[in-house]
Each structure stands twice: as C-alpha cells, then as structure tokens.
Design a protein around this ligand. Structure first.
Ligand SMILES: [Mg+2]
Length: 181
C-alpha cells in the first residue's frame, strides 16, 4: 500500500475550462486551450484584463461546480481500495475556494475520508510516496515521486513521468478501471 497525494485543480477538476469560459464571456472572446500552451490564463490575458481574470477565480462560487476530468473519480475509487489517498490542494493561493472545494470533495469523492483532505499552501509539507500534480514546482522539495498531470500550461516542461489523462494514472498504478477516456 502506498500513500498517494493528489492535487485537485487541473488534475481532478477542469478548473481551466471554466476559467477560460468565464473569461471569454466577460471579454467576448473565443480562446482556444491551445493558445494557453506554456502559459497560464493570467499570463495570457492582456494587462488591462488581468484584474478580472484573478477576480473570476477568487469568487467564492468558482469552485462549486467544476467539471471532473474523464475517469478521475473511477480511478480514484479503484486506487482507494489499494492505497491511502490524500487530496492536497493549495487552497491558500485562493482562500475563498475553501468552502467550495470542501463541499465539492464531499460530494464527488465520498470514498475518501474527509480527514484526508489537505488544504495547504506549500506542498513540501506533504509526506507521501507519490504526488500527482500539474505544477512541477511542487515536486522540487517533495520527498516522494512526483507524477506530472498534463495541462496546457506545463506542456513545454520536460518532465517524466507525465500522466496525459486518468487512464495513464490507472495504468501507472496497475488498477483496473472501465475505459472512460
Ligand atoms: Mg493544480
């Protein structure tokens, strides 16, 4: 049995798509996710748009209804039968996100004990065998093995192993999940 820590945004939840949709609606644009290869939305936005881009994600309802990436819940459930899972989300970057994220987790991953939800800042405090995250910066001082979850912003980062989707995660840990991706 291993201890696996899993990030939430852009690993389990598709926060980026919602962020981009709200940005497009507000500024009447049509942004393609391919436009965001190698950069974050705040970096991509025009200087005069940046404030609004941050406001969107700091709104307390932003995290309430995020979509799940295909296969994420099924794979987590299968993993939870063989491993100890922790959800480690850098909530301190967006303190308003706490309630929304907590309720979201209770609803979508009821098979993970809520005592294993970790709302953190610096993830180097996390002690686990694996950390699945879309930000390589969290791996720098992490003692276990970092598995990079693919996202447009990290696509130019040279890192191995990279999980393209949740099928890759299931395969990496050798758990059987119905094909969903
Ligand atoms: Mg993330």
């Amino acid at each position: 049995m291993s201890r696996i820590a899993i990030d939430m945004d852009e690993v389990i939840t598709d926060a980026l798509s919602k962020h981009v949709n709200l940005y497009d609606q507000h500024f009447n644009k049509k942004t393609n996710l391919d436009d965001l290869v190698g950069i974050s939305l705040p970096e991509f936005a025009l200087p005069e748009e940046k404030m609004k881009v941050l406001e969107i994600v700091h709104h307390e309802s932003f995290f309430d209804d995020l979509e799940v990436f295909p296969g994420a819940i099924e794979t987590l459930e299968a993993l939870s039968k063989e491993h100890e899972l922790f959800i480690t989300t850098a909530a301190m970057e967006v303190p308003n996100s706490f309630n929304g994220k907590y309720k979201w987790l209770l609803k979508h991953v009821p098979f993970i004990d809520s005592m294993n939800f970790v709302f953190c800042g610096d993830k180097s405090i996390v002690h686990a065998d694996y950390l699945i995250d879309d930000n390589v910066r969290h791996f720098k001082r992490f003692n276990g093995k970092g598995l990079l979850f693919d996202a447009p912003h990290n696509r130019l980062v040279d890192y191995n192993p990279r999980m393209k989707n949740w099928n890759d995660v299931a395969e990496y840990f050798g758990v059987r999940v119905a094909q969903t991706c």
